[in-house]
Design a protein around this ligand. Structure first.
Ligand code: SF4
Ligand code: SF4
Length: 358
């Protein structure tokens, strides 16, 4: 049962004018009123009051959300985040064994292999107090992995590389509502960080950064290290002159990954890097904090049809810039778009191609 103060918050959202729906990726892509933030809040309220008869239908709707945070960013109430309530309901779906099939499948694979791709390979290279955590999304994309390794090697810093298909940040457990497994993974990551004596950890995946900082904090696991996204580290390397790049030219568009721009607040660093390389940037209509999700991450939209429509919508928005190249800073965004024949490069690939050792 929800506490009275939470019931009041969700009731406010359920009674709201729902104007944030015009920023909701899933609503814009599907046109479904049921999937708007306010209607999800209304369903949560009805579920709490036991007005609903179809548990499975209710929980399925809780999984038709990209968890992209656009409703939070555009909410009329200052600290209200509908995602916290959706997340609670996902936990309930998991406890009652009523997860949608897609979410259940992903959860089973992650439980079995420790990552959502069902792969196994331990990465352990180098030493030093700076860590490079290879997310499962980076491990999957060997071009991003080798570009990142190349940049780190040429920075001449001592860096320990770990992760790969051995440990994941726990996002697949978190978004499927499996809080027990999430707590175990968070503790394990905490042990790995202490065992390796790491002070700073870099990763390509925005969701890993979000999980290992804000979400772990919420469940009481505090990593004794600074955890930063690759774009912040690349900016530091360029500012400190640890890497030099040959200037290029051309017109490019940068796609802001929703977690990186809205939840972590990294909007300028990728643009600074792209401009430092000599490129001109043409922004899509929805960029920065107003970006739209690629469809895949981080919220595990359960329906392939909904996910596909979200990706198609974002590709359409990006294509409108008619840029010569499209760049992002999240391996999952790149993979999602590439699978739909829309070519995109990760920022590490562009940087690695331009590094000069002179
Ligand atoms: S998320 Fe905020 S703005 Fe959107 S419907 Fe709920 S209360 Fe209103
Ligand atoms: S998190 Fe994103 S997809 Fe989910 S309700 Fe909010 S705006 Fe819509």
């Amino acid at each position: 049962m929800m506490e009275d103060k939470d019931l009041a918050l969700i009731a406010n959202c359920a009674m709201c004018a729902n104007m944030c729906k015009y920023s909701c990726t899933v609503y814009l892509a599907t046109g479904s009123e049921t999937l708007t933030p306010q209607k999800k809040a209304r369903l949560i309220l009805y579920q709490e009051k036991q007005f609903l008869e179809d548990d499975r239908g209710f929980f399925d709707t809780m999984f038709q959300c990209a968890m992209c945070g656009a409703c939070h960013a555009n909410c009329i109430y200052e600290n209200f985040d509908l995602r916290a309530f959706i997340q609670e309901e996902r936990g309930e779906a998991c406890r009652k064994d009523l997860l949608p099939e897609e979410a259940k499948k992903r959860l089973q694979i992650t439980r079995q292999y420790g990552n959502p791709d069902g792969e196994r390979e331990l990465i352990q290279k180098g030493s030093g107090e700076i860590g490079y955590f290879v997310s499962c999304s980076t491990f999957r994309d060997k071009a991003v992995l080798s570009a990142s390794e190349d940049i780190l090697r040429r920075s001449r810093l001592d860096i320990q590389e770990f992760g790969g298909a051995d440990i994941c940040c726990g996002a697949p457990f978190y978004f499927a509502g499996d809080n027990e497994e999430l707590a175990k993974v968070a503790k394990r990551i905490g042990q790995e960080v202490r065992k390796r004596n790491l002070k700073k950890i870099i990763t390509n995946c925005p969701t890993c950064v979000q999980m290992m900082t804000k979400i772990y904090d919420r469940i009481g696991v505090h990593l004794d290290a600074e955890f930063i996204h690759m774009t912040e580290f690349l900016c530091q390397l360029l500012t400190e002159g640890k890497i030099q790049i040959r200037k290029k030219n051309g017109l490019v568009t940068y796609h802001d990954p929703c977690t990186l721009a809205r939840d972590i607040g990294i909007i300028e660093s990728p643009r600074d890097i792209i401009k430092a390389m000599g490129f001109e940037i043409r922004e899509p209509v929805y960029s920065g904090k107003d970006t739209h999700c690629c469809g895949r991450t981080p919220g595990q939209i359960a329906s392939n049809t909904v996910r596909g429509r979200v990706s198609e919508m974002r590709i359409g928005e990006l294509k409108e810039t008619a840029a010569e190249a499209y760049i992002s800073a999240c391996p999952t965004c790149k993979k999602t778009f590439s699978e739909m024949n829309f070519s995109m490069k990760d920022i590490t690939e562009i940087v690695a191609e331009s590094i000069s050792d002179e």
